[in-house]
Design a protein around this ligand. Structure first.
Ligand code: C2E
Ligand code: MG
Ligand code: MG
Length: 723
């Protein structure tokens, strides 16, 4: 405390003169990186330290007002070349500036002890044989050292951490700095492995220097006078003041270093807690997932497995019991929606629960069952013997069928079941979806018969279903891509031998299946209600061709086929045809519309009305395939058609040839007598053609004359004016 007061008292005159100061200014360049000699006070932001107090004292004693200016140059040697400073402090001796200028230095301001610091307490060789590291800002000291120890090797580093890194890496044997700075720097906790080598203590001068000029010499001269007036007591007081202060303040990294064990323990605890938390979360999630899965895999109505659950369980069983012969069945209640409607939804649900319960009661551990949707159940059952089926009938199927009857109500349930028998291959590549599809197809077969019962799956059913999908699913694309073409089969007038007309027949060159016969795809399209799309396309094509031929002066007539499915209530076929004749500017008589005989049998009234309307518009209507149905004669009377198309195939296909001939001759007569035209189709031989001609049938169509052909081939034929 006394020393602090003493130091303060030394400066009082300097500070009290500050405002009225008439003394010459002395700009003193100083480093700031060596606490406690030169450093920046964090509170005031000014440079302070032992060196600063000494300079102020010396300058004041010499009659100067010292202005302290931190050097911005890399080293003090460089700063010597900057005329902005009057003097630079500190130098151990007169050294050359960076640019080589000679310098002058003042008297020694104080003696500064310099020490080596090494890693650990090892003993070091003499200074002359050492590699030492120093701060590059100490370049002046370096020069002095080199003069004192010519063989010493000195490496320079920009900062203290770099110096320490080099020492720790063994690039240098020790670090050299002044002892006051060491007493500050070594307070850094992470430098606790460094130790001061007291044996190497050397003393360095602490002088002000400036280039050797006249002004420089004058300043140095004046300063020397000031220095001479500083007493040792004053010097010691200043040193004591700073070295007794606790100047070192731990920074963030120091604290991190100091509390590293604590921090590590904390981090460990946090990590353990985090792991525990994640595990707890994982357990909770798994529990939640399991619950969700249970919900997904269970059917809420019956309590048995849902479709998802069934598929999973079935897969497990098939995998776990490769030697079991399994049957997978798909079961459905016929017209369940009517059961619901008639008996009420509640009763419907009750029935489903009963069915599930009954089925479960006959299943073993190696079997399973699930509700797929609504009234559809799937069962994976082991095949043991045929009597098992009888048992199932007694225990499950009959009680289900009689569910309402047994409860005094007039409603018998009809179950439809499709069964797929698993093959050994199914045990290797388990695909429950595929097996369900197979069983479903067999079930569909039962349903399509309109009855209840059981059907086993067979591969043909699958192929047929696939074909249906290929055909009906692909039709729109086929029409767009012109895979479907209209071919023509010429019709002949046997009197003149000329072509008198043609039948338009469609041909499909399927992108994947190749050429497919109308006999295959027409029934499929009829069943899936798509035939109208195809037919309207064919009719329009035919009308376009007729228009083109009309424009070429070739007036032809063409027969087109009308499917029974085209004629549905609400579809105005006559109006559609009439629209086409207007659009393509053709006469209605040019279109002859063939309606198959069996269609008249199925929907007589509606068809008879349509036929009459078509004729009113002026179209010719032909009854196709006459003779194939069972009420042909009755039809002749009831249906107002213009022409009968007699298919020889039906009459000559089987049975007594002589009888066929009699029928044919009588039909020809009958048709003519009823005032209708007749055309024979399926004429394959000359004998047939001659026979028909002999008995008065003029128009004929058949392979004997021409097969159906693409339109360009048809156009090449020499044709009269047609009809
Ligand atoms: P369809 O209307 O009775 O047509 C006559 C069928 O007999 C055609 O078969 C024709 O190629 C075939 N045919 C002609 N002459 C002979 C012969 O001398 N011997 C034999 N064995 N067959 C002969 P295609 O083209 O296979 O058509 C079969 C059936 O498909 C047609 O019978 C018709 O009902 C239907 N169809 C064809 N094209 C269409 C169409 O565009 N729309 C509709 N709705 N049905 C069509
Ligand atoms: Mg036809
Ligand atoms: Mg026909």
């Amino acid at each position: 405390m006394t020393s602090v007061l003493l130091v303060m008292s030394l400066f009082v005159p300097v500070f009290s003169l500050a405002n009225t100061d008439t003394r010459e200014e002395l700009v003193v360049g100083v480093p700031t990186d060596r606490c406690p000699i030169f450093y920046i006070d964090e509170e005031t932001g000014e440079v302070t330290g032992i060196g600063i107090d000494l300079i102020h004292l010396a300058a004041e004693r010499a009659g100067y007002a010292a202005t302290i200016k931190p050097v911005t140059e890399h080293t003090l040697k460089e700063a010597l070349d900057n005329p902005g400073y009057d003097v630079i402090v500190p130098f151990g001796s007169a050294i050359k500036s960076e640019s080589g200028k000679e310098t002058v230095v003042s008297q020694n301001l104080m003696r500064v002890p310099f020490t080596l610091v090494s890693k650990g307490h090892k003993s070091l060789p003499p200074l002359n044989e050492l590699r030492i590291g120093m701060l590059s800002s100490l370049a002046g000291v370096v020069d002095t050292l080199r003069e004192m120890y010519p063989r010493i090797k000195i490496e320079m580093y920009d900062s203290m951490p770099e110096c320490v890194r080099a020492l720790r890496a063994g690039k240098v044997d020790a670090l050299m700095h002044n002892s006051y700075v060491w007493s500050y720097v070594l307070q850094k906790p992470s430098y606790s492995d460094l130790s001061v080598q007291l044996a190497t203590l050397i003393s360095m001068d602490f002088r002000a220097g400036t280039p050797d000029t006249e002004k420089g010499r004058e300043i140095i001269g004046n300063l020397n006078k000031g220095i001479a007036r500083i007493t040792d007591v004053q010097r010691e007081a200043i040193v004591l003041d700073y070295t007794s202060r606790n100047l070192y303040v731990n920074d963030f990294w120091d604290n991190l270093y100091m509390y590293r064990d604590l921090l590590l323990a904390g981090a460990l605890i946090i990590t353990i807690l985090a792991i525990l938390l994640i595990r707890a979360y994982g357990i909770a999630r798994r529990r939640q997932d399991r619950k969700l899965r249970e919900l997904i895999e269970t059917d809420p109505l019956t309590g048995i497995l849902s479709m998802e659950g069934f598929k999973k369980r079935a897969e497990e069983l098939i995998r776990d019991y490769p030697d079991n012969q399994y049957l997978l069945s798909f079961n459905n209640i016929r017209n369940f929606k009517f059961v619901n409607e008639k008996m009420g939804r509640e009763a419907g649900d009750e029935l489903l629960r009963f069915w599930a319960e009954r089925s479960m009661s006959v299943l073993s551990e190696e079997e399973t069952m699930g509700r797929i949707t609504g009234d559809r159940f799937a069962v994976l059952r082991r095949y043991k013997a045929d009597e098992q089926l009888g048992n199932d009938l007694k225990e499950v199927i009959e009680p289900v069928n009689n569910f309402f009857i047994d409860r005094g109500q007039e409603m018998r349930i009809q179950l439809c079941s499709g069964i797929y028998a698993l093959t050994p291959e199914d045990h290797e590549n388990i695909d429950v979806d595929k097996m369900l599809d197979y069983a479903r197809i067999a079930e569909k077969k039962v349903r399509s018969t309109g009855k209840s019962g059981i059907e086993m799956y067979n591969p043909e059913q699958w192929e047929k279903e696939k074909q249906i999908v290929d055909i009906s699913g692909y039709l729109p694309a086929a029409l767009k891509n012109e895979e479907i073409q209209v071919w023509y089969q010429p019709q002949i007038d046997s009197e003149s031998g000329e072509i008198c007309g043609a039948e338009a027949l469609c041909r499909w060159n399927h992108a994947r299946l190749g050429w497919i016969s109308p006999a295959v795809f027409i029934p499929i399209l009829e069943e899936s209600d798509l035939i109208y799309e195809l037919d309207s396309y064919v009719w329009e094509k035919v009308c376009k061709d007729l228009q083109r031929w009309n424009r070429q002066g070739l007036r032809r007539s063409v027969s087109v086929n009308l499917s029974r499915s085209d004629i549905s209530e609400g579809r105005n076929i006559p109006g559609f045809f009439f629209g086409l004749t207007k659009k393509y500017d053709i006469e209605p008589e040019q279109l002859r519309i063939e309606i198959t005989e069996t269609a008249y049998v199925e929907h007589p009234e509606h068809l008879i009305r349509t036929t009459a309307e078509l004729r009113e518009y002026g179209f010719q209507v032909e009854m196709d395939d006459f003779g194939s149905g069972y009420s042909s004669l009755h039809m002749l009377k009831a249906v107002p058609v213009d022409c009968i198309k007699m298919d020889l195939h039906f009459l000559t296909g089987s049975g007594d040839l002589e009888k066929s001939r009699i029928i044919i001759t009588q039909v020809i007569k009958l048709v003519h007598m009823l005032g209708m035209n007749l055309i024979a189709e399926g004429v394959e031989t000359r004998a047939q053609a001659d026979f028909l001609k002999e008995h008065g049938c003029r128009e004929m169509q058949g392979y004997y004359f021409y097969k159906p052909m693409p339109v360009d081939e048809f156009e090449k034929l020499k044709i009269g004016d047609g009809s």
